[in-house]
Design a protein around this ligand. Structure first.
Ligand code: NAI
Ligand SMILES: C[C@H](CCCC(C)(C)O)[C@H]1CC[C@H]2[C@@H]3[C@H](O)CC4=CC(=O)CC[C@]4(C)[C@H]3CC[C@]12C
Length: 437
Protein backbone atom coordinates (compact mmCIF):
# COMPACT_ATOMS: atom_id res chain seq x y z
CA UNK A 1 0.00 0.00 0.00
CA UNK A 2 1.45 3.41 -0.91
CA UNK A 3 2.58 5.61 1.94
CA UNK A 4 0.18 8.53 1.97
CA UNK A 5 -1.83 10.38 4.57
CA UNK A 6 -4.50 12.34 2.75
CA UNK A 7 -8.13 11.50 3.22
CA UNK A 8 -7.69 10.32 6.83
CA UNK A 9 -11.05 10.59 8.56
CA UNK A 10 -9.84 10.14 12.11
CA UNK A 11 -9.76 6.99 14.17
CA UNK A 12 -10.94 5.52 17.37
CA UNK A 13 -8.45 7.20 19.72
CA UNK A 14 -10.41 9.02 22.37
CA UNK A 15 -8.64 12.12 23.68
CA UNK A 16 -9.07 15.53 22.11
CA UNK A 17 -5.74 17.25 22.38
CA UNK A 18 -4.33 19.29 19.51
CA UNK A 19 -1.25 17.76 17.89
CA UNK A 20 0.76 20.73 19.04
CA UNK A 21 -0.07 19.55 22.57
CA UNK A 22 2.91 17.24 22.69
CA UNK A 23 5.18 19.92 21.42
CA UNK A 24 4.09 22.67 23.78
CA UNK A 25 3.84 20.32 26.73
CA UNK A 26 7.30 18.89 26.12
CA UNK A 27 9.18 18.35 29.33
CA UNK A 28 11.31 15.63 30.80
CA UNK A 29 11.12 13.87 34.14
CA UNK A 30 13.46 15.58 36.56
CA UNK A 31 13.30 18.76 34.53
CA UNK A 32 11.25 20.46 37.16
CA UNK A 33 14.01 19.32 39.47
CA UNK A 34 16.45 22.02 38.43
CA UNK A 35 13.88 24.73 38.96
CA UNK A 36 12.57 23.22 42.19
CA UNK A 37 16.09 22.86 43.48
CA UNK A 38 16.86 26.48 42.64
CA UNK A 39 13.73 27.52 44.48
CA UNK A 40 14.61 25.24 47.36
CA UNK A 41 18.06 26.82 47.61
CA UNK A 42 16.48 30.24 47.82
CA UNK A 43 14.16 29.09 50.57
CA UNK A 44 17.11 27.77 52.48
CA UNK A 45 19.05 30.99 52.24
CA UNK A 46 16.01 33.00 53.28
CA UNK A 47 15.34 30.66 56.20
CA UNK A 48 18.85 31.32 57.47
CA UNK A 49 18.14 35.03 57.50
CA UNK A 50 14.74 34.76 59.13
CA UNK A 51 15.59 36.24 62.52
CA UNK A 52 17.85 38.99 61.15
CA UNK A 53 16.63 42.46 60.26
CA UNK A 54 14.75 42.61 56.95
CA UNK A 55 17.42 44.77 55.30
CA UNK A 56 20.15 42.21 55.96
CA UNK A 57 17.90 39.52 54.56
CA UNK A 58 17.28 41.54 51.41
CA UNK A 59 20.96 42.32 50.96
CA UNK A 60 21.79 38.67 51.47
CA UNK A 61 19.26 37.69 48.85
CA UNK A 62 20.53 40.34 46.48
CA UNK A 63 24.06 39.09 46.99
CA UNK A 64 23.03 35.55 46.22
CA UNK A 65 21.13 36.70 43.21
CA UNK A 66 24.12 38.65 41.90
CA UNK A 67 26.32 35.64 42.53
CA UNK A 68 23.84 33.48 40.62
CA UNK A 69 23.87 35.92 37.73
CA UNK A 70 27.65 35.94 37.66
CA UNK A 71 27.79 32.14 37.80
CA UNK A 72 25.33 31.66 35.02
CA UNK A 73 27.00 34.31 32.86
CA UNK A 74 30.22 32.35 33.24
CA UNK A 75 28.58 28.99 32.83
CA UNK A 76 26.50 29.84 29.75
CA UNK A 77 29.27 29.94 27.25
CA UNK A 78 28.88 27.01 24.90
CA UNK A 79 27.66 27.09 21.34
CA UNK A 80 26.09 23.87 20.03
CA UNK A 81 25.06 23.07 16.48
CA UNK A 82 22.48 20.38 15.73
CA UNK A 83 22.26 19.38 12.08
CA UNK A 84 18.91 17.89 11.12
CA UNK A 85 17.51 19.68 14.19
CA UNK A 86 14.00 19.79 12.72
CA UNK A 87 13.73 16.05 12.12
CA UNK A 88 12.04 13.46 14.32
CA UNK A 89 15.10 12.82 16.47
CA UNK A 90 16.63 16.27 15.90
CA UNK A 91 13.70 18.11 17.47
CA UNK A 92 13.95 15.97 20.60
CA UNK A 93 17.71 16.61 20.78
CA UNK A 94 17.12 20.35 20.45
CA UNK A 95 14.49 20.42 23.19
CA UNK A 96 16.56 18.17 25.44
CA UNK A 97 19.61 20.41 25.06
CA UNK A 98 17.57 23.47 26.00
CA UNK A 99 16.32 21.72 29.11
CA UNK A 100 19.36 19.75 30.21
CA UNK A 101 22.45 21.70 29.13
CA UNK A 102 22.86 24.66 31.48
CA UNK A 103 26.13 25.74 29.89
CA UNK A 104 24.44 26.53 26.60
CA UNK A 105 24.74 30.09 25.29
CA UNK A 106 23.67 29.57 21.71
CA UNK A 107 21.93 26.68 19.99
CA UNK A 108 22.16 26.57 16.21
CA UNK A 109 19.66 24.44 14.38
CA UNK A 110 20.65 23.56 10.83
CA UNK A 111 18.17 21.85 8.55
CA UNK A 112 16.99 21.72 4.97
CA UNK A 113 13.46 22.39 6.20
CA UNK A 114 12.94 24.58 9.24
CA UNK A 115 9.89 23.89 11.41
CA UNK A 116 7.53 26.69 12.56
CA UNK A 117 7.83 25.40 16.16
CA UNK A 118 11.35 26.90 16.30
CA UNK A 119 9.76 30.31 16.85
CA UNK A 120 8.55 29.37 20.31
CA UNK A 121 12.13 28.50 21.36
CA UNK A 122 13.43 31.93 20.52
CA UNK A 123 11.88 33.56 23.57
CA UNK A 124 13.96 31.54 26.06
CA UNK A 125 17.26 32.48 27.73
CA UNK A 126 19.41 30.59 25.20
CA UNK A 127 19.99 32.20 21.82
CA UNK A 128 18.35 29.90 19.27
CA UNK A 129 19.60 30.39 15.72
CA UNK A 130 17.72 28.66 12.92
CA UNK A 131 19.79 28.06 9.81
CA UNK A 132 18.17 26.79 6.66
CA UNK A 133 20.88 24.88 4.85
CA UNK A 134 21.97 21.74 3.07
CA UNK A 135 24.67 19.43 4.46
CA UNK A 136 25.74 18.57 0.92
CA UNK A 137 26.86 22.19 0.47
CA UNK A 138 30.27 22.47 2.12
CA UNK A 139 30.23 26.27 2.38
CA UNK A 140 26.82 26.30 4.09
CA UNK A 141 28.00 23.72 6.60
CA UNK A 142 31.26 25.57 7.28
CA UNK A 143 29.40 28.83 7.90
CA UNK A 144 27.07 27.12 10.39
CA UNK A 145 29.89 25.27 12.19
CA UNK A 146 32.22 28.28 12.56
CA UNK A 147 32.45 29.21 16.23
CA UNK A 148 30.52 26.17 17.53
CA UNK A 149 32.08 24.17 20.37
CA UNK A 150 30.10 21.02 19.71
CA UNK A 151 28.39 19.63 16.63
CA UNK A 152 25.66 16.99 16.90
CA UNK A 153 25.20 15.65 13.39
CA UNK A 154 21.80 13.98 13.12
CA UNK A 155 20.90 15.15 9.61
CA UNK A 156 20.45 12.28 7.24
CA UNK A 157 18.31 10.84 4.53
CA UNK A 158 16.42 7.99 6.15
CA UNK A 159 15.04 6.06 3.24
CA UNK A 160 14.52 2.32 3.04
CA UNK A 161 11.44 2.62 0.82
CA UNK A 162 13.05 3.66 -2.46
CA UNK A 163 11.84 7.25 -2.38
CA UNK A 164 15.29 8.72 -3.09
CA UNK A 165 17.98 7.48 -5.47
CA UNK A 166 21.05 5.67 -4.06
CA UNK A 167 23.15 8.60 -5.28
CA UNK A 168 21.10 11.11 -3.30
CA UNK A 169 21.26 8.95 -0.17
CA UNK A 170 25.04 8.73 -0.54
CA UNK A 171 25.34 12.45 -1.20
CA UNK A 172 23.42 13.44 1.93
CA UNK A 173 24.64 10.76 4.33
CA UNK A 174 28.26 10.36 3.23
CA UNK A 175 29.24 13.62 1.51
CA UNK A 176 27.15 15.55 4.04
CA UNK A 177 29.08 13.91 6.89
CA UNK A 178 32.42 14.59 5.15
CA UNK A 179 31.42 18.24 4.92
CA UNK A 180 30.63 18.34 8.64
CA UNK A 181 33.99 16.77 9.53
CA UNK A 182 35.92 19.13 7.24
CA UNK A 183 34.02 22.12 8.64
CA UNK A 184 35.02 21.12 12.18
CA UNK A 185 38.65 20.77 11.14
CA UNK A 186 38.76 24.04 9.22
CA UNK A 187 36.92 26.17 11.75
CA UNK A 188 38.38 24.69 14.94
CA UNK A 189 35.36 22.85 16.38
CA UNK A 190 36.68 20.14 18.65
CA UNK A 191 33.70 17.89 19.48
CA UNK A 192 31.57 15.96 17.01
CA UNK A 193 28.77 13.52 17.87
CA UNK A 194 27.40 11.52 14.96
CA UNK A 195 23.98 9.84 14.87
CA UNK A 196 24.76 6.52 13.29
CA UNK A 197 22.37 3.55 13.28
CA UNK A 198 22.09 -0.09 14.34
CA UNK A 199 21.97 -0.64 10.58
CA UNK A 200 25.72 -0.11 10.26
CA UNK A 201 25.97 -3.50 11.95
CA UNK A 202 22.91 -5.30 10.68
CA UNK A 203 20.79 -7.18 9.97
CA UNK A 204 23.15 -8.22 7.20
CA UNK A 205 22.11 -9.43 3.76
CA UNK A 206 22.45 -13.02 4.93
CA UNK A 207 19.75 -12.52 7.55
CA UNK A 208 21.97 -13.62 10.47
CA UNK A 209 20.30 -12.92 13.82
CA UNK A 210 21.95 -10.49 16.22
CA UNK A 211 20.51 -11.55 19.56
CA UNK A 212 21.05 -9.23 22.56
CA UNK A 213 24.42 -8.25 21.16
CA UNK A 214 26.70 -5.43 22.26
CA UNK A 215 29.30 -3.16 20.66
CA UNK A 216 31.88 -5.96 20.73
CA UNK A 217 29.72 -8.82 19.49
CA UNK A 218 31.29 -10.32 16.35
CA UNK A 219 28.91 -10.04 13.42
CA UNK A 220 29.43 -10.17 9.68
CA UNK A 221 28.23 -6.70 8.62
CA UNK A 222 27.55 -6.90 4.89
CA UNK A 223 25.25 -4.37 3.25
CA UNK A 224 23.90 -3.81 -0.22
CA UNK A 225 21.10 -1.38 0.46
CA UNK A 226 22.11 2.30 -0.01
CA UNK A 227 20.85 3.45 3.42
CA UNK A 228 22.88 1.09 5.67
CA UNK A 229 25.88 1.28 3.32
CA UNK A 230 25.84 5.08 3.54
CA UNK A 231 25.44 5.10 7.33
CA UNK A 232 28.30 2.60 7.71
CA UNK A 233 30.62 4.65 5.50
CA UNK A 234 29.71 7.88 7.27
CA UNK A 235 30.28 6.32 10.69
CA UNK A 236 33.67 5.05 9.57
CA UNK A 237 34.63 8.56 8.39
CA UNK A 238 33.58 10.08 11.70
CA UNK A 239 35.55 7.55 13.74
CA UNK A 240 38.65 7.88 11.54
CA UNK A 241 38.51 11.65 12.00
CA UNK A 242 38.98 11.27 15.77
CA UNK A 243 42.34 12.78 16.70
CA UNK A 244 42.73 14.95 13.58
CA UNK A 245 44.08 18.38 14.38
CA UNK A 246 41.49 21.11 14.08
CA UNK A 247 42.28 24.77 13.43
CA UNK A 248 44.23 26.01 16.44
CA UNK A 249 46.00 22.66 16.87
CA UNK A 250 43.69 20.81 19.25
CA UNK A 251 42.57 17.26 18.42
CA UNK A 252 39.09 16.55 17.06
CA UNK A 253 37.14 14.26 19.39
CA UNK A 254 34.39 12.24 17.75
CA UNK A 255 32.04 9.44 18.59
CA UNK A 256 29.02 7.70 17.09
CA UNK A 257 25.68 6.71 18.59
CA UNK A 258 23.82 3.79 17.07
CA UNK A 259 20.11 3.86 17.82
CA UNK A 260 18.04 0.76 17.14
CA UNK A 261 14.56 1.45 15.74
CA UNK A 262 13.51 4.75 17.33
CA UNK A 263 9.90 5.29 18.39
CA UNK A 264 8.02 8.09 20.13
CA UNK A 265 6.31 11.41 19.49
CA UNK A 266 6.70 12.42 15.86
CA UNK A 267 7.52 8.97 14.46
CA UNK A 268 6.45 9.07 10.82
CA UNK A 269 6.43 5.30 10.20
CA UNK A 270 4.23 4.68 13.26
CA UNK A 271 1.86 7.31 11.88
CA UNK A 272 1.80 5.58 8.48
CA UNK A 273 1.13 2.19 10.02
CA UNK A 274 -1.66 3.68 12.15
CA UNK A 275 -3.40 5.18 9.13
CA UNK A 276 -2.89 1.95 7.23
CA UNK A 277 -4.67 0.12 10.08
CA UNK A 278 -7.54 2.62 9.94
CA UNK A 279 -7.95 2.06 6.21
CA UNK A 280 -8.13 -1.66 6.91
CA UNK A 281 -11.05 -1.18 9.30
CA UNK A 282 -9.01 -0.93 12.50
CA UNK A 283 -7.07 -4.12 11.85
CA UNK A 284 -3.49 -5.01 11.04
CA UNK A 285 -2.57 -8.48 9.88
CA UNK A 286 0.39 -10.25 11.42
CA UNK A 287 3.09 -10.77 8.84
CA UNK A 288 6.11 -11.58 11.03
CA UNK A 289 6.42 -14.37 13.63
CA UNK A 290 6.11 -13.03 17.19
CA UNK A 291 9.42 -14.76 18.02
CA UNK A 292 11.49 -12.40 15.82
CA UNK A 293 12.83 -9.72 18.19
CA UNK A 294 13.43 -6.20 16.93
CA UNK A 295 15.36 -3.64 19.00
CA UNK A 296 13.53 -0.39 19.78
CA UNK A 297 14.47 2.66 21.80
CA UNK A 298 12.46 5.70 22.91
CA UNK A 299 13.31 8.96 21.15
CA UNK A 300 13.59 10.89 24.43
CA UNK A 301 16.25 8.49 25.66
CA UNK A 302 18.13 8.67 22.36
CA UNK A 303 18.06 12.47 22.64
CA UNK A 304 19.24 12.28 26.25
CA UNK A 305 22.15 10.06 25.19
CA UNK A 306 23.17 12.65 22.60
CA UNK A 307 23.14 15.43 25.20
CA UNK A 308 25.13 13.35 27.68
CA UNK A 309 27.66 12.16 25.12
CA UNK A 310 28.19 15.70 23.89
CA UNK A 311 28.80 16.84 27.46
CA UNK A 312 30.98 13.96 28.60
CA UNK A 313 33.05 13.87 25.41
CA UNK A 314 34.48 17.17 26.60
CA UNK A 315 35.38 15.67 29.99
CA UNK A 316 36.65 12.25 28.89
CA UNK A 317 38.05 12.64 25.36
CA UNK A 318 40.61 9.88 25.80
CA UNK A 319 38.03 7.30 26.87
CA UNK A 320 35.17 8.27 24.58
CA UNK A 321 36.91 9.61 21.46
CA UNK A 322 36.54 7.25 18.49
CA UNK A 323 34.00 5.06 20.28
CA UNK A 324 30.60 3.74 19.20
CA UNK A 325 27.65 3.30 21.54
CA UNK A 326 24.38 1.55 20.89
CA UNK A 327 21.37 3.55 22.09
CA UNK A 328 19.30 1.48 24.49
CA UNK A 329 16.76 1.76 27.27
CA UNK A 330 14.23 -0.43 29.06
CA UNK A 331 11.87 -0.88 26.11
CA UNK A 332 10.87 -4.56 25.95
CA UNK A 333 12.19 -7.01 23.38
CA UNK A 334 9.36 -7.82 21.00
CA UNK A 335 8.68 -8.33 17.33
CA UNK A 336 8.30 -5.14 15.29
CA UNK A 337 4.55 -5.63 15.02
CA UNK A 338 3.92 -6.63 18.64
CA UNK A 339 5.92 -3.66 19.84
CA UNK A 340 3.90 -1.27 17.69
CA UNK A 341 0.73 -2.73 19.17
CA UNK A 342 1.78 -1.34 22.57
CA UNK A 343 0.73 2.03 21.13
CA UNK A 344 -1.66 1.12 18.36
CA UNK A 345 -3.71 -1.16 20.63
CA UNK A 346 -4.75 1.66 23.01
CA UNK A 347 -5.68 3.64 19.89
CA UNK A 348 -8.20 0.98 18.94
CA UNK A 349 -6.23 -1.08 16.42
CA UNK A 350 -6.13 -4.87 16.54
CA UNK A 351 -3.38 -7.21 15.32
CA UNK A 352 -5.09 -10.16 13.69
CA UNK A 353 -3.47 -13.58 14.03
CA UNK A 354 -1.12 -15.18 16.53
CA UNK A 355 0.92 -16.44 13.59
CA UNK A 356 1.67 -14.80 10.23
CA UNK A 357 -1.41 -15.00 8.06
CA UNK A 358 0.58 -15.44 4.86
CA UNK A 359 3.48 -17.85 4.31
CA UNK A 360 6.87 -16.15 4.08
CA UNK A 361 7.39 -17.08 0.43
CA UNK A 362 4.17 -15.27 -0.47
CA UNK A 363 5.22 -12.17 1.44
CA UNK A 364 8.55 -12.28 -0.42
CA UNK A 365 6.64 -12.47 -3.66
CA UNK A 366 4.45 -9.49 -2.72
CA UNK A 367 7.51 -7.54 -1.63
CA UNK A 368 9.23 -8.31 -4.95
CA UNK A 369 6.07 -7.30 -6.78
CA UNK A 370 6.04 -3.99 -4.94
CA UNK A 371 9.66 -3.42 -5.96
CA UNK A 372 8.81 -4.16 -9.57
CA UNK A 373 5.78 -1.84 -9.48
CA UNK A 374 7.91 0.89 -7.96
CA UNK A 375 10.36 0.58 -10.81
CA UNK A 376 7.68 0.46 -13.51
CA UNK A 377 5.72 3.39 -12.11
CA UNK A 378 8.74 5.57 -11.36
CA UNK A 379 8.39 7.70 -14.51
CA UNK A 380 4.78 8.45 -13.59
CA UNK A 381 4.54 8.53 -9.81
CA UNK A 382 6.31 7.59 -6.62
CA UNK A 383 5.10 4.24 -5.37
CA UNK A 384 6.77 3.66 -1.98
CA UNK A 385 4.94 1.02 0.06
CA UNK A 386 6.10 -0.11 3.51
CA UNK A 387 6.60 -3.64 2.26
CA UNK A 388 9.60 -4.27 0.01
CA UNK A 389 12.26 -6.98 0.05
CA UNK A 390 14.54 -4.91 2.27
CA UNK A 391 11.97 -3.89 4.90
CA UNK A 392 10.65 -7.43 4.99
CA UNK A 393 14.13 -8.77 5.64
CA UNK A 394 14.65 -6.11 8.33
CA UNK A 395 11.41 -6.89 10.11
CA UNK A 396 11.96 -10.63 9.79
CA UNK A 397 15.48 -10.81 11.25
CA UNK A 398 16.15 -10.73 14.96
CA UNK A 399 18.29 -7.73 15.91
CA UNK A 400 18.40 -6.75 19.57
CA UNK A 401 20.94 -5.08 21.77
CA UNK A 402 21.94 -5.70 25.36
CA UNK A 403 24.80 -3.52 26.56
CA UNK A 404 25.88 -1.18 29.34
CA UNK A 405 28.78 0.49 27.55
CA UNK A 406 27.13 3.92 27.68
CA UNK A 407 26.54 3.51 31.40
CA UNK A 408 30.16 2.47 31.98
CA UNK A 409 31.73 5.19 29.82
CA UNK A 410 29.59 8.21 30.60
CA UNK A 411 27.09 7.26 33.26
CA UNK A 412 24.07 6.99 30.99
CA UNK A 413 20.81 5.87 32.55
CA UNK A 414 17.58 6.16 30.58
CA UNK A 415 15.74 9.35 31.51
CA UNK A 416 12.36 7.85 30.63
CA UNK A 417 11.11 4.54 31.98
CA UNK A 418 9.39 2.14 29.60
CA UNK A 419 6.01 3.07 31.13
CA UNK A 420 6.64 6.75 30.59
CA UNK A 421 7.93 6.24 27.04
CA UNK A 422 4.85 4.18 26.24
CA UNK A 423 2.44 6.69 27.80
CA UNK A 424 4.01 9.62 25.97
CA UNK A 425 3.87 7.82 22.64
CA UNK A 426 0.25 6.82 23.15
CA UNK A 427 -0.69 10.38 24.13
CA UNK A 428 0.96 11.69 21.01
CA UNK A 429 -0.91 9.21 18.83
CA UNK A 430 -4.18 10.15 20.48
CA UNK A 431 -3.48 13.83 19.97
CA UNK A 432 -2.56 13.20 16.34
CA UNK A 433 -5.78 11.30 15.84
CA UNK A 434 -8.07 13.87 17.38
CA UNK A 435 -6.41 16.76 15.55
CA UNK A 436 -7.08 14.91 12.26
CA UNK A 437 -10.82 14.58 13.03
N1 NAI B 1 14.34 6.80 12.76
C1 NAI B 1 15.06 5.79 13.19
O1 NAI B 1 14.52 4.74 13.62
C2 NAI B 1 16.55 5.88 13.20
C3 NAI B 1 17.23 7.00 12.74
N2 NAI B 1 18.61 7.02 12.79
C4 NAI B 1 19.36 8.19 12.33
O2 NAI B 1 18.94 9.32 13.08
C5 NAI B 1 19.05 10.49 12.30
C6 NAI B 1 17.74 11.23 12.34
O3 NAI B 1 16.74 10.39 11.80
P1 NAI B 1 15.19 10.75 11.88
O4 NAI B 1 15.01 11.83 12.85
O5 NAI B 1 14.47 9.48 12.04
O6 NAI B 1 14.94 11.27 10.40
P2 NAI B 1 14.20 12.56 9.91
O7 NAI B 1 14.05 12.40 8.45
O8 NAI B 1 12.99 12.81 10.70
O9 NAI B 1 15.25 13.71 10.22
C7 NAI B 1 16.33 13.99 9.42
C8 NAI B 1 16.46 15.48 9.32
O10 NAI B 1 17.58 15.76 8.47
C9 NAI B 1 17.22 16.78 7.58
N3 NAI B 1 17.97 16.67 6.35
C10 NAI B 1 17.85 15.72 5.40
N4 NAI B 1 18.66 15.99 4.39
C11 NAI B 1 19.32 17.14 4.70
C12 NAI B 1 20.28 17.91 4.05
N5 NAI B 1 20.73 17.60 2.83
N6 NAI B 1 20.75 19.00 4.67
C13 NAI B 1 20.27 19.37 5.89
N7 NAI B 1 19.35 18.67 6.55
C14 NAI B 1 18.88 17.56 5.96
C15 NAI B 1 15.73 16.58 7.32
O11 NAI B 1 15.13 17.76 6.82
C16 NAI B 1 15.24 16.14 8.66
O12 NAI B 1 14.79 17.24 9.40
C17 NAI B 1 19.46 10.04 10.90
O13 NAI B 1 20.83 10.29 10.74
C18 NAI B 1 19.15 8.56 10.89
O14 NAI B 1 20.02 7.89 10.02
C19 NAI B 1 19.31 5.99 13.32
C20 NAI B 1 18.69 4.88 13.78
C21 NAI B 1 17.27 4.73 13.78
C1 LIG C 1 8.78 -0.68 7.69
C2 LIG C 1 9.39 -1.91 8.34
C3 LIG C 1 8.25 -2.81 8.83
C4 LIG C 1 7.50 -3.39 7.69
C5 LIG C 1 6.59 -4.49 8.19
C6 LIG C 1 5.98 -5.33 7.07
C7 LIG C 1 7.06 -6.12 6.41
C8 LIG C 1 4.99 -6.25 7.67
O1 LIG C 1 5.32 -4.51 6.16
C9 LIG C 1 10.31 -1.58 9.50
C10 LIG C 1 10.90 -2.85 10.11
C11 LIG C 1 12.25 -2.46 10.69
C12 LIG C 1 12.35 -0.98 10.50
C13 LIG C 1 13.73 -0.33 10.47
C14 LIG C 1 14.51 -0.62 11.73
O2 LIG C 1 13.78 -0.24 12.88
C15 LIG C 1 15.85 0.04 11.79
C16 LIG C 1 15.98 1.36 11.17
C17 LIG C 1 17.09 2.07 11.48
C18 LIG C 1 17.35 3.30 10.88
O3 LIG C 1 18.45 3.83 11.00
C19 LIG C 1 16.32 3.97 10.07
C20 LIG C 1 14.96 3.34 10.16
C21 LIG C 1 15.02 1.82 10.13
C22 LIG C 1 15.64 1.44 8.78
C23 LIG C 1 13.62 1.20 10.29
C24 LIG C 1 12.74 1.51 9.05
C25 LIG C 1 11.41 0.76 9.06
C26 LIG C 1 11.58 -0.74 9.20
C27 LIG C 1 12.30 -1.28 7.98
Amino acid sequence: MPVEHSGHQGGPCGKRVGEEGWRLGWSVPGMARREEQAEGDNHLSLAGNERRPALVASLGTLGLWLQDMADSAQAQKLVYLVTGGCGFLGEHVVRMLLQQEPRLRELRIFDLHLGPWLEELKTGPVQVTAIQGDVTQAHEVAAAVAGAHVVIHTAGLVDVFGKASPETIHEVNVQGTKNVIEACVQTGTQFLVYTSSMEVVGPNIKGHPFYRGNEDTPYEAVHRHPYPSSKARAEQLVLEANGRKVRGGLPLVTCALRPTGIYGEGHQIMRDIYYQGLRLGGRLFRAIPASVEHGRVYVGNVAWMHVLVARELQQRPALMGGQVYFCYDKSPYKSYEDFNMEFLGPCGLRLVGTRPLLPYWLLMLLAALNALLQWLLRPLLLYAPLLNPYTLAMANTTFTVSTNKAQRHFGYEPLFSWEESRTRTIRWMQAMDSSAQ
